[in-house]
Design a protein around this ligand. Structure first.
Ligand code: CTP
Length: 420
């Protein structure tokens, strides 16, 4: 289905990003049309990266394509989320001073508005009258949720959760979707080649405490590990995700994911090691996708370290952490267990990304190592990934690039070949 996602300028615009992702995961083509004000909250690159489509706010972009008419006419569904009070007033007045308002005038498909604003604005007679008019004209205006608003205030006016907006909006065009899990794959079914297998995946980045309030951490978001967990679960595996400090939107993904996974939350390398070893004792596969700190502060005082006037900073003495992957690979908690690691490399004067990956594959002793280039906007926190899969001797046995889910599936393909 071709969906236009209008985003207007409210703090809830960040939730439009999650909505966009949900709709894309369901296989829909989504074109985002933000207002100028929406771009104060979320940038064009985010919308373009997640939708894979160009994003513009103006009618004067791509004039030969007459996109202000073409977009509206070609859409199967228009969703505006969040819809601010100002935007609804403009829609009622039939204004056409940007790409979103012109597109709405040209659209002949179902149109859904998900309002978000403070309770006073939602209750104001002007907004009430605008909502009534919009509904009379056939716009489906979703009731806002009640709850915590931007500040400390609470009440009706909160943008409903992305899953609820998507479900309600899609039900207007696909009645069969009501009540079905939203992110159920609509394309070809996944292979069930991991059915009955127990897998443990570590994801995210560990934090090593310096004192009760400070830590040494890294930039890993956990996106690749979560994609691995979701791919494995979709292929029938019984998955335990050991999650170290995932980014907020990634945590949402775990919660909203279509497949159930057991999640064990950890912070430090010591906690991660204990959790992986406990869950891994009877696992068929252990996959170490977490970015694990190599070192930790030697001592962690119970009280916050204070600055002493006139004295410089006290040095932080570091000690080496155990190499969890190497331990698991050499020890094998269970006979026949497949152990997989990642090698996050930047390459330097002593060798390329792949050279370092090969050395690491031989040193760690894992069955497979997925080598990926990180740094300078690559790898950590990004949407896509590119990996070369090596065996324990450093030979290339696979290559994958694309979304983190596509990379995950390529890795599971390689793992499945090693399972008895
Ligand atoms: N790893 C681990 N325990 C550690 C460090 C890393 O289990 N103490 C795992 C990671 O989860 C990953 C693999 O080892 O699967 C490689 O991690 P990486 O950070 O690339 O390598 P390091 O071993 O830390 O080596 P270096 O920092 O020298 O690149």
């Amino acid at each position: 289905m071709r969906i236009l996602l209008g985003v207007t300028g409210g703090i809830a615009a960040y939730k439009a990003v999650l909505l966009l992702r949900l709709l894309r995961e369901q296989g829909h083509a989504v074109r985002v049309i933000p207002t100028r004000a929406a771009l104060e909250f979320v940038g064009v690159p985010t919308f373009e990266a997640l939708s894979g489509e160009p994003v513009s706010t103006e009618v004067f972009d791509d004039v030969p394509g007459v996109q202000h008419v073409a977009l509206g006419k070609g859409a199967d569904l228009v969703i505006v989320a969040p819809a601010t009070a100002d935007f609804m007033a403009r829609a009622v007045a039939g204004l056409a001073d940007d790409l979103l308002t012109t597109t709405l005038l040209a659209a002949r498909c179902p149109v859904v508005f998900a309002p978000a604003m403070h309770t006073e604005m939602w209750d104001h007679p002007a907004t009430r009258a605008n909502v009534t008019t919009l509904r009379e004209r056939g716009v489906h205006v979703i009731e806002p949720a009640s709850g915590r608003l931007t500040g400390v205030d609470t009440g009706p006016g909160r943008l409903p959760e992305p899953e609820d907006i998507a479900r309600e909006a899609l039900s207007l065009v696909q009645p069969s979707l009501v009540g079905r899990p939203l992110v159920e794959p609509v394309e070809t079914p996944e292979p069930r080649d991991l059915a009955g297998r127990r897998v443990v995946i570590s994801a995210g980045g560990t934090r090593e405490p310096i004192d009760p309030v400070r830590f040494i951490g890294n930039r890993s978001s956990g996106r690749q590990g979560v994609a691995l967990a979701q791919a494995a679960a979709a292929r029938g595996a019984d998955v335990t995700l050991v999650a170290a400090n995932l980014a907020a939107d990634v945590t949402d993904q775990v919660i909203a994911g279509p497949q159930p996974c057991s999640v064990v939350r950890v912070e430090s390398t010591a906690e991660l090691r204990d959790a992986v070893r406990a869950a891994g004792a009877d696992a068929d596969v252990i996959m170490m996708a977490a970015a694990v700190a190599d070192f930790r502060p030697a001592a962690t005082p119970d009280a916050k370290i204070k600055k002493v006037p006139g004295q410089g900073p006290a040095p932080i003495v570091l000690v080496e952490n155990p190499d969890i992957l190497a331990e698991l690979a050499h020890e094998r908690l269970r006979a026949g267990q497949v152990v997989v690691g990642f090698a996050a490399e930047t390459g330097d004067e002593s060798g390329s990304v792949l050279d370092h990956g090969r050395t690491k594959a031989r040193r760690k002793g894992a069955d497979l190592i997925a080598v990926n280039a990180v740094g300078a906007g690559r790898g950590f926190g990004t949407e896509g990934n590119e990996v070369t899969i090596l065996d324990g001797t450093g030979d290339v046995v696979g290559q994958a690039s694309g979304s983190k889910r596509e990379v995950a599936d390529a890795l599971w393909d390689a793992v499945a070949k090693l399972l008895p």
